[in-house]
Design a binder for this molecule. Structure first.
Ligand code: FMN
Length: 398
C-alpha cells in the first residue's frame, strides 16, 4: 500500500470509533481565553486523578495553550453545542468570541451549557508520532447539567438515541416501543399547550422518564429523558390509582414512618381521587423545582446529593399532590398533570405528564388542560393497542 492509501485506510477504519467532543481551554498571559476542539480526550487514572488528550504537534491552538502555562480546563460539550465545537475548531484567534464562559478555580474558561468540566494542571507531555499525549492532574471537576454529550462519528455529529436508555433493561425495551407509538399524540399536545409532555414508565420500583415532547417553560434540566425517581408517594400516583390493592399498599408503604399522619392520609386517599378525576395533579412550582433539581443531581451521580436526600424531598412535597378539590376562587401554580395510557391488558402501561405554565392560572384553565391531557392519553391508549376502562375515558376517545 502507498503512504496515501495507508493514511486513507487509517482514517476510514479509526473513523468507525465514536468519540465525545471537548473544548480544551486556557487563559494566556494577557488574560485572553484560548480554546481547542479535541476528540481525543480520555480519563486515565483515578489515583492520582489523571486525564489525557492528544493534540497535533503542528496545531496552532495547542501551541498557544502550551505557551500559556500548565493550567487547562476540559469542557465536555453537550449535543446543543455543535456550533461551539465548530467555532473553536475553525477560528484562528478569539476562539471563544460570543460564547458565554466563567473562569474555573485554575483560571481557565468553563463554557456555559457544557455537560461537565475538568480543571487540570499539566504533569506530562509525551511524544507520540505527529501528536503529543498531554497528561493532566485533575484539580477540580463537576457536572454542569444532565445534558447529553455531543458525539462525533464518521465525520458527523450526533447525540444519544433513546435506545441507549434500554441498555441492559429488558422491561424498558417494551416500554420504548409503546412510547414510540404514543409520541405523535404527545407532540400534538405539547404544541397545542406550548409546553412539555413527558412519558413516564414504571420499571420495577422506579419511575423512568422515557420520552419528552416540547419544552416546559418551567423545566430545570436541559433534558429530563432518562431520569429515574423512586416509585413512592406522591410520585407515580396514577400507577397506584389503577393498580390493585397490593400495588397501592406497596406504594404507600414506601413513604416510611417518619411522615406526618395528615400527609400519609392525603396520599392514602390520593389513588381514589385520581381514579375519580381521571388524572393526578401537582401544585406548587417551588417544591417541584427543588425536586427536579435534586433528581437531576442524583441521576447525574452528583456525590453531594444522595438518593436519601431525594427521598426526603419527595416525602416533603406530598401536600401539593392530589390534595382536596382546588379552590375555585383563587389561582394556582400548576406544576403538572398526569394521566394513564392503558396497555392491551387494561393496566396502566405508561403515564403522560403535561407540565404547567410558569406563574399562577385559574382553576378553570387547569380543568381545560386536564381535559386535553385525558383526551390525549385516551388517543395514545388506542395508538398502543391498549384497552380503555369503561366510562369517561372511552367517551373522550371518540
Ligand atoms: C470533532 C473534532 C475533534 C478534534 N480532535 C482533535 C484532536 O484530538 N487533536 C487535535 O490535535 N486536533 C483535533 N481536532 C482539530 C482541532 O480542533 C483544530 O482544528 C486543529 O488543531 C487545527 O487547527 P489549529 O492549527 O488552529 O489548531 C478536532 C477537530 C474536531 C472538529
Amino acid at each position: 500500500m502507498t503512504t496515501d492509501t495507508v493514511a486513507a485506510r487509517f482514517r476510514q477504519v479509526l473513523g468507525q470509533y465514536p468519540t465525545g467532543v471537548v473544548v480544551v481551554t486556557a487563559t494566556d498571559a494577557d488574560g485572553q481565553p484560548l480554546g481547542m476542539t479535541v476528540g481525543t480526550f480520555s480519563s486515565v487514572s483515578l489515583d492520582p486523578p489523571l486525564v489525557a488528550f492528544m493534540p497535533q504537534k503542528n496545531s496552532g491552538s495547542w501551541a498557544a495553550i502550551r505557551a500559556a502555562g500548565s493550567r487547562f480546563c476540559i469542557n465536555i460539550l453537550s449535543d446543543t453545542q455543535e456550533a461551539v465545537c465548530r467555532q473553536v475548531a475553525t477560528r484562528k484567534t478569539d476562539k471563544l468570541a460570543g460564547i458565554p464562559w466563567r473562569p474555573s478555580a485554575g483560571g481557565s474558561p468553563i463554557i456555559e451549557a457544557s455537560v461537565a468540566f475538568v480543571d487540570c494542571e499539566t504533569v506530562a507531555v509525551h511524544d507520540a508520532g505527529d501528536h503529543e499525549i498531554v497528561i493532566g492532574l485533575v484539580t477540580d471537576l463537576d457536572v454542569l447539567g444532565a445534558t447529553n454529550p455531543l458525539l462525533f462519528f464518521r465525520g458527523g455529529y450526533g447525540s444519544f438515541l433513546p435506545q441507549s436508555l434500554a441498555a441492559g433493561d429488558a422491561d424498558l425495551v417494551d416500554q420504548l416501543r409503546l412510547v414510540d407509538l404514543a409520541r405523535p399524540h404527545m407532540e400534538e399536545l405539547a404544541a397545542d399547550c406550548d409546553s412539555e409532555v413527558t412519558a413516564i414508565s414504571l420499571v420495577r420500583d422506579e419511575l423512568v422518564l422515557t420520552a419528552a415532547a416540547g419544552r416546559a417553560k418551567t423545566a430545570q434540566s436541559p433534558t429530563r429523558v432518562g431520569q429515574r425517581v423512586p416509585f413512592m408517594p406522591p410520585l407515580g400516583g396514577v400507577f397506584a390509582a389503577w393498580g390493585d390493592d397490593r400495588l397501592r399498599q406497596h406504594w404507600l408503604d414506601r413513604l416510611g414512618s417518619d411522615v406526618p399522619e395528615h400527609q400519609v392520609e392525603i396520599q392514602r386517599q390520593a389513588p381514589d381521587r385520581i381514579l375519580e378525576r381521571g388524572y393526578s395533579i401537582a401544585i406548587g412550582h417551588t417544591d417541584g423545582e427543588r425536586l427536579e433539581s435534586l433528581s437531576t443531581k442524583v441521576n447525574s451521580k452528583d456525590p453531594e446529593v444522595s438518593s436519601d436526600t431525594l427521598r426526603d424531598a419527595i416525602k416533603r412535597v406530598t401536600v401539593g399532590y392530589n390534595a382536596g378539590d382546588l379552590d375555585e376562587s383563587v389561582s394556582h401554580e400548576l406544576r403538572s398533570l398526569s394521566a394513564p395510557v392503558f396497555g392491551p391488558d387494561g393496566s396502566v402501561a405508561l403515564t403522560l405528564t403535561l407540565w404547567g405554565p410558569p406563574g399562577r392560572i385559574s382553576t378553570a384553565a387547569i380543568h381545560q388542560y386536564a381535559e386535553r391531557l385525558i383526551d390525549t392519553a385516551a388517543a395514545a391508549t388506542l395508538a398502543v393497542g391498549g384497552m380503555l376502562p369503561s366510562g369517561r375515558l372511552q367517551e373522550s376517545a371518540r
